[in-house]
Design a protein around this ligand. Structure first.
Ligand code: NAI
Length: 337
């Protein structure tokens, strides 16, 4: 059995998802691609021999050969496209964040709940990264006792700053666009929901973000309902590369993932001294996780299973991001229900 997939969004990440589906995911076929950028569709369709190409999402949904839709369009499009794809009878995988406004997110949640016979999975790929999954297993096996604190660094390379500025208008802001991954991890590792959120930050290097009410560096301190703690730092101006670091501290020990973001195991010694290169971007760091998550989506469709990552994970993580935005804007601690 092969799941025929239509992929929407062929930008930085969407193109990789499309390529994975076309060549690396078992029991899947990339049957259609869609983007509002005509050249992206034409290039992918002709160079990979894809049967159908669309410049309009709703037109792709008319194609009843398809079984599932993978959404990697701009974050502002997610909620609408999720609802339309489910209503048209397709299984749906959607990139994070679930959406960029609480109202549209809650509506999308209702649609996902209504179509519970369909597989819906959200793109929190870190949970499918081998190191993050291993850390979860170690915690569950009791290696660090009871988790009491999570510390997360999510630092994007400054080399990608122009793209981040161009993307800022549609990203939902630093906490929603970047730290949302960390908020999801915190809920996953600490087994609890956020209770109160305090955030600070600003435009320290790139004033351009202020135009969209956004920041280039921000931090949040969160207390969870089970009294555990979270410390979060997100930045768009990391000079050494792409640095995603997470530590979970327990009553008897701790686990750390990605403490030094080495590119690989190669150490170079030359006139500059002894150096290890840094991971350059999300595509490199999470290459395997992006594959694993889509394979899981396809496997769930084939074996009639539900993915571990639900629409509620999408809602709860964005709720935290919005609480952080509110705290940043008001200077007050924000309490969640
Ligand atoms: P991008 O701006 O490079 O690409 C966006 C793509 O969506 C383009 O092909 C564009 O033409 C298409 N598009 C936009 N509106 C559309 C519409 N109405 N109909 C059809 N196509 C449309 O963006 P990027 O960086 O690839 O991000 C895409 C999504 O993936 C975002 O939601 C972002 O938050 C998420 N993302 C997730 C990451 C992760 O680690 N899970 C990493 C990077 C992005």
């Amino acid at each position: 059995m092969h799941i025929k997939i239509g992929a929407v969004g062929l930008g930085r990440l969407g193109r990789l998802h499309a390529e994975n589906i076309a060549f690396r995911i078992s029991q899947a076929e990339l049957t259609a691609v869609c983007s509002i950028v005509k050249e992206e569709v034409d290039t992918v369709k002709s160079s990979w021999n894809i049967p159908y190409g669309y410049y309009d999402f709703e037109e792709m949904l008319q194609n009843k050969e398809l079984n599932a839709i993978v959404i990697a369009s701009s974050s502002t499009e997610h909620c609408r496209q999720i609802s339309q794809a489910l209503a048209a009878g397709f299984h749906v995988f959607c990139e994070k964040p679930l959406g960029v406004g609480m109202e549209e997110i809650r509506l999308a949640q209702q649609v996902v709940t209504k179509h519970s016979d369909k597989v819906f999975q959200l793109g929190f790929m870190r949970r499918y990264d081998t190191s993050y999954a291993y850390a979860k297993k170690k915690i569950e096996e009791g290696f660090i006792g009871e988790p009491i604190l999570i510390r997360c660094y999510g630092l994007d390379p400054v080399s990608a700053i122009n793209g981040a500025i161009a993307f800022a208008e549609n990203s939902g802001g630093l906490f929603s666009d970047m730290a949302v991954h960390d908020f999801d991890l915190a809920r996953w590792y600490l087994n609890s929901e956020a209770n109160k959120v305090s955030a600070i930050g600003g435009c320290y290097a790139y004033q351009e973000f202020a135009r969209y009410g956004d920041i280039d560096n921000g931090a949040a301190l969160i207390q969870f309902k089970n009294n555990t703690m979270g410390i979060f730092y997100a930045s768009r101006t990391c000079n050494h590369g792409y640095h995603i670091e997470t530590e979970i501290v327990g009553t008897k020990g701790s686990v750390r993932i990605g403490t030094v973001p080495y590119k690989n195991l190669v150490t170079i010694t030359n006139e500059q001294g002894v150096t290890n290169e840094c991971v350059c971007d999300f595509l490199e760091r999470f290459e395997v996780a992006y594959l694993n998550e889509i394979q899981n989506f396809v496997d769930c469709i084939i074996h009639n299973k539900k993915p571990d990552i639900t629409v509620e994970d999408g809602v709860k993580s964005v709720e935290i991001a919005y609480a952080a935005n509110k705290s940043l804007a008001t200077g007050q601690t924000v309490y969640l229900d």
